[in-house]
Design a protein around this ligand. Structure first.
Ligand code: PEP
Ligand code: MG
Length: 585
């Protein structure tokens, strides 16, 4: 047995065979051809280019009408690449002179241009390299027999292994036959980790090369609580895993009893407990765990699952279904948050050099107004079915908030003109997940109805650590003084303006942090389903004053390390005291 340490991304244990998945980058294979084959190969090349061109044109057209964006122009430049003689003529020349097949000749021609561009200092040429690679893959896929296979779930229960998976890939894989995930890249707040938690599937990420080395069918065990991968586990490890799984079942049974009880402290302070979901499938899980509503619906996953841009009617149907099934409990719809690591090619959100600092969240929506307005109209229409709230992601200042609210007004006017049945979200709020939103919290609070702290991004941007990069994952420090101060500042600004402040980042799902969030004064905590009862239990055990005192002590400390130690000692002492009381009674 070999054991590897990774990052605990989603709790639970799993044992099973490996099912490797990979996003396939097509490499052109080289074949020597005869003189007589030359015309046919040239024709194959031209046909592939025609097909790729048609696809790009169709995409440009759809982007123009559905997205109303200038993203079409970027794809337009891909069209120019296809027509560029450096590619067009050079490929045909290579076929004729070197007598090799069309795919290989085309890849050679593109490779030559890339090599030339690499030597140039100018940034614009560098940017063109991404386009060239995109075009290359697109044309290679257009040759017969090269269409990429969509990721398929395992045919039998298995542990999925991958170097890296985009959240859209994970969404495409779904839940069928997936016992767990192991991945080389990623941190505990990368979107794949979040999705795994939502699906209730154990995951270990950040395995730095071990995941891709696993062979199909090889037996592995994963411990998603500790972040360990065991390859070919021995019988003692298997027994231990089974025991741990059984213990987990007992704990879950105890927690299930809390389902209909409120999250109220012994001294009467009430916190709202909500659930984060990505897809409607998770509504039942949220209800089963006792969620008082959906605190964060990451709407982008509906788009990923759909595979194309869903129409207003399609979105209304899905959003309406979630609202109906929540039966009177509020649903916070967060508008599309693509970009960053949530890239979806068909939406035109492209891979960027600094994706998390790039075209994501509200920036993307404001640049694609037609798409944004369609989504808002669908949310307004779904609001006729029950209570909803609207939330914008990645807000950095009042200007973006005002623009987004402006789009809401336009949406409302259009719905009224169309005579479409609709309601209105009860409240319009923002994610506080950028340092600038923290610093401008008083200004933002004056113009919205609530704040929800997005600690995943807030930690990423405040501590300058890429949340998907395993190398810097040690910097994911929720108890860093800068983070504690930021949250305290946001709560103070929100409360001063009379609005509520919640948290929907993964910090909210960490049991050890429940007292800290209580003491920080958060009014609402939104967690992934499985974490909800545990957080509720801690709140029901802890007095508000006690939690406030703990936070005051933590805020005195200079480092996250010291704060972690202090918190661990506090939790140990509390546990001891609780056990003592339980024994006495
Ligand atoms: C966050 O950033 O904390 C958050 C909840 O949003 P997401 O994880 O979807 O970026
Ligand atoms: Mg975020």
């Amino acid at each position: 047995m070999r054991t590897y340490a990774g990052i605990a991304a989603s709790p639970g244990y799993a044992l099973g065979p490996v099912y490797p998945v990979a996003r396939r980058v097509i490499r052109a294979s080289r074949r020597v051809i005869t003189d007589a084959d030359v015309p046919a190969e040239i024709e194959r090349f031209r046909a592939a280019v025609r097909k790729a061109r048609d696809q790009i044109q169709a995409l440009v057209k759809r982007l123009d009408t559905e997205l109303g964006s200038d993203e079409g122009e970027i794809l337009g430049s891909q069209l120019l690449i296809l027509e560029d003689e450096l590619v067009w003529d050079a490929t045909q020349a290579v076929i004729r002179l070197e007598r090799i097949n069309a795919e290989a000749a085309f890849s050679r021609a593109v490779g030559d241009i890339i090599a030339r561009f690499m030597q140039m200092e100018d940034q614009t040429f560098r940017e063109r390299i991404t386009d060239l690679k995109d075009v290359e893959q697109r044309v290679l896929r257009a040759f017969p027999g090269h269409a990429p296979a969509a990721l398929q779930p395992p045919p039998e229960p298995a542990i999925v292994s991958a170097g890296n998976l985009a959240p859209s890939d994970t969404a495409a894989l779904g839940r069928t036959n997936i016992l767990g995930f192991v991945m080389d890249e990623g941190g505990s707040t990368s979107h794949v980790a979040i999705l795994a938690r939502s699906l209730g599937v154990p995951a270990v990420v950040g395995l730095r090369g071990q995941a891709v080395r696993l062979r199909a069918g090889q037996e592995v065990a994963i411990d998603g609580n500790e972040g360990r991968l065991m390859v070919e586990p021995d019988s003692a490890t298997r027994d231990q895993l089974l025991l741990l799984t059984r213990k987990q079942v007992v704990v879950n049974q105890k927690l299930a009893k809390l389902k209909d009880l409120p999250a109220v402290t012994p001294d009467g302070h009430r916190v709202r407990m909500m659930a984060n979901i990505e897809v409607p499938l998770e509504v039942s899980e949220a209800l089963a765990r006792g969620a008082e509503g959906i605190g964060l619906l990451r709407t982008e996953y509906l788009f990923f699952q759909h595979g194309t841009i869903p129409t207003e009617d399609e979105q209304t149907a899905v959003y309406g279904e979630v609202v109906r099934r929540m039966a009177g409990r509020p649903v916070v719809f967060r508008t599309l948050d693509v970009g960053g690591d949530k890239v979806s090619d068909y939406l035109g959100a492209k891979r960027e050099y600094n994706p998390f600092l790039g075209w994501r969240g509200i920036r993307f929506s404001l640049a694609n107004r037609a798409l944004f307005k369609t989504q808002i109209k669908a949310i307004y229409r779904a609001s006729a079915e029950g209570p909803t709230k609207l939330m914008f992601p990645m807000i950095t200042g009042v200007d973006e908030l005002r623009q987004a609210k402006g789009v809401c007004e336009e949406a409302l006017a259009e719905l009224a003109a169309e005579g479409a049945a609709h309601g209105r979200p009860l409240e319009v709020g923002i994610m506080v997940e950028t340092p600038s939103a923290v610093l401008a919290a008083d200004l933002l609070a004056a113009e919205c109805d609530f704040f929800s702290v997005g600690s995943n991004d807030l930690i990423q941007y405040t501590l300058a650590m890429d949340r998907g990069n395993a190398r810097v994952s040690y910097l994911y420090q929720p108890l860093h003084p800068a983070i504690l101060r930021s949250i305290a500042q946001v709560v103070a600004a929100g409360h001063a303006a009379g609005i509520w402040v919640g948290i929907c980042g993964e910090m909210g799902s960490e049991t050890r942090l429940a007292e800290v969030l209580l003491g920080l004064g958060l009014d609402e905590i939104s967690t992934h389903g499985a974490a909800l009862p545990k957080i509720k239990q801690v709140i029901r055990w802890t007095g508000l004053d006690e939690a406030r005192k703990l936070v005051a002590e933590l805020m005195e400390l200079a480092t996250a390390g010291e704060a972690n130690e202090h918190l661990a000692a506090y939790i140990a002492e509390r546990k001891r005291a609780r056990q003592e009381t339980e024994q006495e009674s």
